[in-house]
Each structure stands twice: as C-alpha cells, then as structure tokens.
Design a binder for this molecule. Sequence first.
Ligand code: FDA
Length: 303
Amino acid sequence: MSLFDRLVVGTLPFVPRALVGRVASRYVAGETLEKALDVIRTLAAEGAVATVDVLGESVTRREQTEAARDEYLRALDAIARTGVPANVSVKPTALGLAIDPALARENLHALCRKAAEVGTFVRLDMEDSPYTEATLRLALELKAAFGNVGAVLQAYLRRSLGDLDRLTAAKMNVRICKGIYVERREIAYRDPGVIVRNFAALVDKHLSAGGYAAIATHDEACVQAALSTIDRLKLGPEAYEFQMLLGVDPLLRKILIGSGHRLRVYVPYGRDWYAYSTRRLKENPSVARHILRATLGLGPASA
Ligand code: FDA
C-alpha cells in the first residue's frame, strides 16, 4: 500500500459513520436477515450460491455469544424455510472462543445440530493466530460429531501446509484464503508473491489428495493457479468451489460462473457492520479515497 493510501486509510476513523455506511453498503447485505435473504436470491439469479455470516466478533460477554448463536439459528431456519442456496460461516470468537472454549463448543454444537437437521453446512472462519489451534481442534471435533462442518486455512501462515494434513485426513471441506489479520513474521509470510505460491500449494495439495477445496480469492494469480491444478487433475465442478466476498469484483464472479465453476458469495449481515466494512475499505484504498473526497465535499475522483 502506498504512503498516500495508508494516509487515506488512517483517516477512516474520523469519517462520519453514516458516510462509511453508504459507501460500504456494497460489502454488507444489510442489518437484517430479510435483507440477507434478498441478496442471496439476487445472487442465485446470477447462478451463485451463498454463505451467510452474522456480523460480530471478539465479544466479551456470554449473553452476546448467545444472541449470536440465536441469530444463526434463525438464519438456518430461514434457509430451510425459503430454500435459498446457502450455508453459514461462523467466527468462533463471536460464539465465545475468546471467553471460554467450552462456551464456544456448546454454542457451535447447537448450530451444527440445527444445520444437520435442516441439511446444510457450517464453516468455522479462521481468525487471528491466537485462535488457530483451538479453531482447528473445534472444527475436527465438530466434523467427527456432525459431518457437516468445514474449516479454513490461511496461506500466509507458515504452519498451514502442515495443518492441511490433519484436515485432509478427516475429509474436511477446507476453505483456502490468503489471510486477513496482521501476523508476526515469525509465523507468517509477508511477501505477496510467496503468499500466492503457498495458496497455490495448499489448493494443489488438498485437491490432489481428493479433498474438497473452497478457493476463496479475488486474485487472478490464485484463481489461475487453482484452475491449473483443476485442469491437471481433470476435476469436475463438484470437487471444489470458488468463493468471493460480497461487493468485491463482480466481473470475476461472472467470469467464473460463466465458465461453469461453482461460486459461493460470502454474505455478511447484521447491526455490527462497521468493523467488517472498515476492514474491507482498508483493503481497498481506492474506495476509501472516494469516501474521503465526499467527506471533504470534493467531487468524485477522475480515475
Ligand atoms: P488480494 O488481496 O490480492 O486481492 C485481489 C484483488 O481483489 C485486489 O486487486 C483488490 O482490488 C480486490 N480486492 C480484494 N479484497 C478486496 C476488498 N475487500 N474490497 C475491494 N477489493 C478487494 N480471511 C481470513 O483470515 N479468515 C477467513 O476465514 C476468511 N474468509 C474469507 C472468505 C471468503 C469467501 C473470501 C473471499 C475471503 C476470506 N478471507 C478470510 C479474506 C482473505 O484472507 C483475503 O484477505 C481477501 O480475500 C483478499 O485476498 P485476495 O486473495 O482476494 O487477494
């Protein structure tokens, strides 16, 4: 990121919340489940499926984790009732992992049980490194108990290629992404080219071992590497899926769907949209620049 972009991103905390909300609305379905269902229907008309995320992470009180769990249960009921093509993605800290692993386990058991009842699937998102091992253990335990559970590996983590062995052995559906948190060099690659190569290696290793991979990226280099493995292994579209975030690169989404690949869009909703949206904006300073110009009362940038 250039120095200028870093400056732009640094000003985000001073931008009025309503303005961030307006520009960031492309990344979030809305505040309610009904809005999320509308977005999923629109995506379905394009040929995409969805994974629903109830926004909220790193909660500090038990009641907050119970509220998150109940909202997920409501979402699972709605998915079953309406028949929209969706499963759910869950941040373990939103269900209590930072408070007490036993609490997170209890809440996750309730979710996975409900998802199994209604015939859908729960993915445990991967958060920052203090939670990596606990999250993988939870995912393996839930997979053994319920079957309908998937995990995530981050290509920037040095440990991920090794962790993949445990997941592949458990026949886990694994989402592979670059990783979004700031991690120490001791445990994480920093060079973008190295991260892309590790992403490609993880996808290749998992698919070559017969595992189901969810290839979560908007980076053409990662997409191309995955397609090369898919081609080499002569895999059909039932062996993997691509995944993208709501609001990011709809053209790439269209290209992949048009080429016959399964494409799942990550659809976040909920009242806690601010932290998620600013994270998205920090990743995309060109959108953040538009916000800054609007805040300063300047017209749209020409580029
Ligand atoms: P890269 O960052 O190089 O982006 C490629 C291109 O896409 C850029 O040129 C940029 O223009 C565009 N782009 C990327 N992100 C954008 C954004 N937010 N807004 C606008 N444009 C953007 N991480 C994690 O640590 N744990 C997790 O569980 C998940 N889960 C997850 C699910 C799904 C479905 C996706 C797509 C991603 C995640 N991630 C994640 C986030 C992931 O780790 C990563 O930070 C982002 O996907 C960005 O990496 P790319 O591979 O897209 O490449």
